[in-house]
Write a protein that binds this ligand. Structure first.
Ligand code: PGA
Length: 257
């Protein structure tokens, strides 16, 4: 099976309108000559930018996603955004269960599961984030945590819509810290996740993309993307500068060609 890559930028709560269009403009012009259907690139800006960026990237190879959603379709949920609203803006993806949502906003595996199932039902593709904290790694709980997050987060997910599911392994200790997982640490976790997916979904589990996230940068992207079960990156800091984001996209292309 040939390898596929998804290079996804998670902008978090960064950029104002002008910066965001400049960034997208730069990404589009630097990547317009890259061609290979095995590499997909994606940006996940703040909600407030989705509407006009959706217009800007219409008919381009760059995809658009949101960083979160609620699990209800509509109603009295002040301040929330539903999966249907995200779909309505022609977004293709939504990130669910990011560790910042888990730790800062108290999202549990149960809430994450409800969001994930609701998003998939609307036709959105989900980037489902999992990963252990430093304390959990130090206590040798990494595999246990990954197993729990997968089993609870994907509760009720059938084998039917697997092309809408992407996993992002993001060790919490590597997010925004500049500390990146060593290739052998990433490899061990990604291989374990692959085994769990195959156990749960049978052979189709082999095709689910597993992204690495946590301080991925141009200078470490190649060694991570080369690993067998690493199918791309979920990139925070380095996705906010067009040159570093584009460089990671180019690395993915170079590994395919
Ligand atoms: P980082 O963030 O690349 O800045 O570490 C990754 C993420 O949180 O998705």
């Amino acid at each position: 099976m040939s390898k596929k890559f998804l290079i996804a930028g998670n902008w978090k709560m960064n950029t104002l309108k002008e910066d965001s269009s400049k960034l997208v403009h730069e990404i589009l012009s630097a990547t317009e000559n890259l061609q290979n259907s095995s590499v997909e690139s994606l940006i996940c800006p703040p909600f407030t930018h989705l509407s006009y960026l959706s217009e800007m990237i219409k008919d381009k190879k760059l995809n658009l996603g949101a960083q979160n959603c609620h699990y209800e379709e509509s109603g009295a949920f002040t301040g929330e955004i539903s999966p249907q609203m995200i779909r309505d803006l022609k977004c293709e993806y939504v990130i669910i269960g990011h560790s910042e949502r888990r730790t800062i906003f108290g999202e549990t595996d149960l809430i994450i599961n409800k969001k994930l199932m609701a998003a998939v039902k609307t036709g959105l593709k989900v980037i489902f984030c999992i990963g252990e904290t430093l304390d959990e790694r130090d206590k040798d709980l990494t595999f246990k945590i990954i197993e729990k997050q997968i089993s609870e987060g994907l509760q009720g997910y059938g084998a039917d819509n697997l092309n809408q599911l992407v996993i992002a392994y993001e060790p919490v200790w590597a997010i925004g810290t500049g500390v990146v997982a060593k290739p052998e640490q990433a490899e061990e976790a990604h291989n374990f996740i692959r085994e769990l997916l195959v156990k749960k979904f049978g052979n189709s589990g082999e095709e689910i993309l597993i992204l690495y996230g946590g301080s991925m940068k141009p200078d470490n992207a190649e060694e991570l993307l080369m690993l067998t079960n690493v199918n791309g990156g979920l990139i925070g800091g380095a996705s906010l500068k067009s040159d570093s984001f584009v460089s990671i996209i180019q690395t993915a292309y170079s590994l395919i060609n």
